[in-house]
Write a protein that binds this ligand. Structure first.
Ligand SMILES: Nc1ncnc2c1ncn2[C@@H]1O[C@H](COP(=O)(O)OP(=O)(O)OP(=O)(O)O)[C@@H](O)[C@H]1O
Ligand SMILES: [Mg+2]
Length: 243
């Protein structure tokens, strides 16, 4: 199968590109794992090196979002800004990208802080505890949240409401697929191989491709997919190679 840009790119990635190109600054990317949501959030529509990443867990604290006091080593304490404030104030105050990964896991205080950090630019402000001065997000501050939940009603409604555009990403990005050996590109794009219904993530294809170089296809398939599933994957690849 030839990867023809227009057909294979997928509507979802065109939507992501269009939305970011139009300057939408609050976007949720959701859907199955390993399609490139985090990669897109970190790289698309954002200058190199100005994306801050926050991975939500049940234990995420406010301090990990806005900042914490750290011992300076000379007996004093210094305030160290967290990723959200760094993204607010990046590039001399213009603002950068904040990526909030696995956002469905945020809860409690961390969730309240996320609400404050992702509020509209006109309403958001935060007081620096060290200097006492008020800080506001720069005009080019943007947030992309990612999650694997399929039903966005599972996200807290106040948070969801801040993000007017929510796109489901259902297939890997072409650039990610292009990093694979040729015979794996079509199956990776389809997210499956052979008869099996269970979805195979891009990450498994990367691992298989890499292990195959070292140990051959049989062992690589065994290591990544297990004995039973692995032999099915190999058969399917052989059939595809013949056709
Ligand atoms: N456009 C791209 N160009 C190059 N590599 C990419 C691209 N998109 C994704 N990748 C690579 O594919 C892998 C999976 O991407 P990523 O971590 O962004 O997936 P995800 O959708 O966020 O998955 P999850 O839902 O599990 O968090 C990573 O190794 C990433 O570097
Ligand atoms: Mg991710």
């Amino acid at each position: 199968m030839i990867l023809e840009e227009q057909d294979e790119m997928g509507q979802c990635w065109r939507d992501v590109a269009d939305v970011l190109a139009a300057g939408i600054d609050r976007l949720v990317l959701y859907g199955p794992p390993g399609t490139g949501k985090t990669y897109a959030a970190l790289h698309f529509g954002v200058a190199v090196g100005v994306a801050e990443r926050l991975v939500c867990t049940e234990d995420l604290t406010t301090g990990e979002i806005t900042g914490t006091w750290m011992p300076a080593g000379d007996g004093t304490w210094r305030w160290r800004e967290g990723p959200a404030i760094r993204a607010w104030t990046a590039r001399g105050g213009r603002g950068g990208r904040l990526v909030v990964d696995e956002v469905d896991r945020a809860s409690g205080d961390a969730l309240s802080t996320l609400l404050a950090m992702t509020d509209s630019i006109d309403s958001a402000r935060w007081r620096n505890p060290e200097t006492g001065s008020w800080v506001t997000p720069g005009p080019e501050f943007s947030v992309v949240m990612t999650t694997n939940v399929e039903d966005l009603d599972e996200l807290p409604s106040a948070l969801r409401d801040r993000f007017a555009v929510q796109l489901r990403v259902d297939r890997p990005h072409l650039d990610a697929v292009a990093l694979l050996s040729e015979d794996l590109r079509a199956p990776a794009l389809a997210g499956s191989i052979g008869e099996e219904a269970r979805r195979i993530s891009l990450r498994s294809f990367y691992a298989f491709d890499q292990l195959r170089l070292h140990y051959g296809a049989t062992r690589a398939a065994q290591l990544v997919f297990g004995d039973v599933r692995g032999s099915g994957v190999l058969d399917a690849l052989r059939v595809a190679a013949l056709s």
